[in-house]
Design a protein around this ligand. Structure first.
Ligand code: NI
Ligand code: MN
Length: 237
């Protein structure tokens, strides 16, 4: 997979740091402080320009408010989640909803569906944080990345392919709370991807899906998709 100037670092679970060809730093689903698999030297950032949040669960936005306060990135999320993060100190929010796109600098962000649940933890209570979503991110070099968030497989992933043509996707494979390897393989069939990066696995024992199993399923399905298995902290470019 040629990324043509984009650098992708997996920080473990659903958290990715993406550097654009123009040098902008984007974080997706920021959860590093309590993330047991994020390397200690990768838990802080020099700069963050953009933050994308898929839903309000703490394993996706655990560090969103603190990092937003510290680095003042533009925070993208579904309307209700943006408001919750604004209340917790995010200075620049760019709320949106499913089916819509917005251009932020050189990047176009499209919010797509995800089937999951969504709540935002506020102290000891859980407030409504809007519906969970995924994102298709189009970079200035033409590459399109789909971060699926937490979701099951769904037939409208075929529409995501037809409308947006993502080249590479981050798909959850950990099972129990999201797709497992079998479902993620079916998702690859619908999405007709060039490459897939498995995520949301290996974080804690409840997540039993593995990249090995995913690789076997992809092979058995005969799909021409490149499996890119990353280690937490690893960067590909
Ligand atoms: Ni979740
Ligand atoms: Mn999750």
């Amino acid at each position: 997979m040629k990324l043509n100037g984009i650098k992708i670092t997996w920080l473990g679970h659903a958290t990715f740091l993406i550097e654009t060809p123009g040098g902008k730093k984007m974080i997706v689903d920021p959860w590093v402080t309590g993330n047991p698999v994020t390397p200690a030297d990768k838990k802080s950032f020099e700069r963050l320009d953009l933050m994308l949040c898929s839903h309000g669960h703490s394993d996706h936005v655990g560090d969103a408010a603190d990092l937003a306060k510290k680095h003042s990135p533009i925070v993208v999320g579904i309307y209700e989640l943006c408001l919750a993060l604004q209340k917790h100190g995010a200075k620049q929010i760019a709320p949106m909803n499913k089916g819509g796109s917005q251009k932020i600098g050189d990047i176009t962000v499209t919010m797509v569906n995800a089937f999951h649940s969504g709540g935002f933890e506020e102290g000891s209570s859980l407030i409504y944080g809007g519906e969970p979503c995924g994102y298709v991110i189009e970079f200035e070099n033409g590459l399109k990345i789909y971060h699926a968030g937490d979701t099951c497989v769904f037939g409208d992933m075929a529409i995501i392919h037809e409308l947006y043509r993502p080249d590479v996707a981050m798909l959850p494979i950990g099972d129990r709370f999201t797709m497992g390897p079998r479902e993620a393989t079916y998702a690859c069939r619908l999405l007709k991807l060039k490459a897939v990066i498995p995520m949301h696995y290996g974080t804690f024992p409840m997540l039993t899906g593995t990249a090995e199993e995913f690789g076997k399923e992809l092979k058995a399905a005969g799909l021409p998709v490149e499996l890119i298995t990353m280690k937490p902290g690893e960067t590909i470019s």
